[in-house]
Design a protein around this ligand. Sequence first.
Ligand code: GLN
Length: 549
Amino acid sequence: MVVYIFVTGGVLSGLGKGVATASIAKMLQFRGFKVTAAKVDPYINFDAGTLRPTEHGEVWVTEDGGEIDQDLGHYERFLDLNLSKSHNITTGQVFYEVIMKERSGEYLGQTVQPIPHVTDEIKRRYRCVADNMDFALIEIGGTVGDYENVLFLEAARQMKFDGEKVLFVHVSYVPVPPHLGEAKTKPTQHSVARLRELGILPDFVVCRSEEPLDEVRKKKIALFSNVKEEYVISDPNLENIYELPLVFEKQKLGDKILKKLHMSSRTPKFEKWREFIEKVKKLNDSVKIAIVGKYFDTGRFKLPDSYISVIEAVKHACWYSSVKPDIKFIDAKTFEKNIANLFTLKKFNGVIVPGGFGSFGVEGKITAIKYVRENNIPYLGLCFGMQLAIVEFARNVCGLKGAHTTEVDPDTPHPVVDLLPWQKKLIEKHKYGATMRLGGQRVKIKPNTLAYKLYGKTEVVERFRHRYEINPEYVDVLEKNGIVFSGTTPDGKIMQIAELSGHIFMVSSQFHPEFTSRPLRPNPLFKGFVEACISNKLNASQWQKAKKL
Ligand code: GLN
């Protein structure tokens, strides 16, 4: 019988509940269980596809084309699994289903109500996720006490009541207010009390905090939460999030979960994972990488979550090559305000322009790309970063004045990047939801290219999320001037990877290689980019000298 572990959140959003969920799942995977993880997003949006990245962080794309909350990325990275879009459940999907059923008379004249009809639909989706598994971790987004996740919590409560194997893990926050210098447990006490009002008693309380939780606080939380002290688990800030499964192992959380379920214990196998964590701890040398983007700001604060998979993919590749990543975010607008700011790019061993939409900051990105091309700084362009690299090259090398993507300038004299033909109709009809070219697609790799050297095969599957493409009419002129389209669709019609011959590393892809990067298996394009950054670091002084001669 499958075990459901529901992970709820208390006090704050953005606590790292996704990482905690992935880490618990990982511990069970260490023990040889078949494990999966799913995320409930209580918003009304059908999926995350139409959400701006500054709302909930980056949009993660699954192999089957789902556009989902960034937590799915943590699950896939930690568990090294490809999850399907059914692993994301939103209020929008649930209500849509219930209303469609009602419209087609499936409720046979009943009054359709939140309980039981909506909760039944939620339970159906929970069970669908858990099909064929030993454990299904289900993270309920938002915070206990929010209106919007109540029905999801209620459905989970009913499942326990129905006799299914269910555990509740409550991830809460234990702040240390600077003026007190003491960890305070009251917010956690209150959030567990809110959970109890909903009929849910947590089996474990996982406490997020800056420092490891001490015994005094553990005792207090145990007493007020009605859980044994040994079931209060510390989840302190870590330099490397991938260490969390081991931090939990140290507290025997995996064994305690099995004990609570009256299941026999199993020896966890985590040598490889531990070796990887130990290796990362010992690294000294670093490479400096700039991410030139725009989805950083929310009010006065910066939000790296918009590019979380890019950051993680850089880390994976750096660790693989035994260097530490030193990542800085640069707002593309700074290059528009003052061109002299471009010189700051000299300090970096490599530059990434990640995915993006719309015109804001575009000219800044294009000038940055021109600078790295002319100064032989390694460059990795991701989706929009590829399209803008082509725009820059068309304008400044091919002499196509005013070249642009029609996404930004519909009247450009040289539409080097244009809508995929089948996208035109969708845009005219304002059909924006889940209509991009999405998910895993086959990419044909041209032999004798850098991409071939990196991937080592002639066909790969990578994940896409775009509406525009390199205009086939301009492929010839771009190639004549030095661009090598080393990846295409299997029929050769859509350009998927572009590289520049003669440059230290100027590679960009129409897909998002960050979605297939895993901690122990970096994506080949990121790996190649980081290797180029390392050689750039080593050769930077020679290169500068050569330029002066
Ligand atoms: N806006 C571009 C497109 O839709 C790029 C998208 C992206 O970077 N994911 O094609």
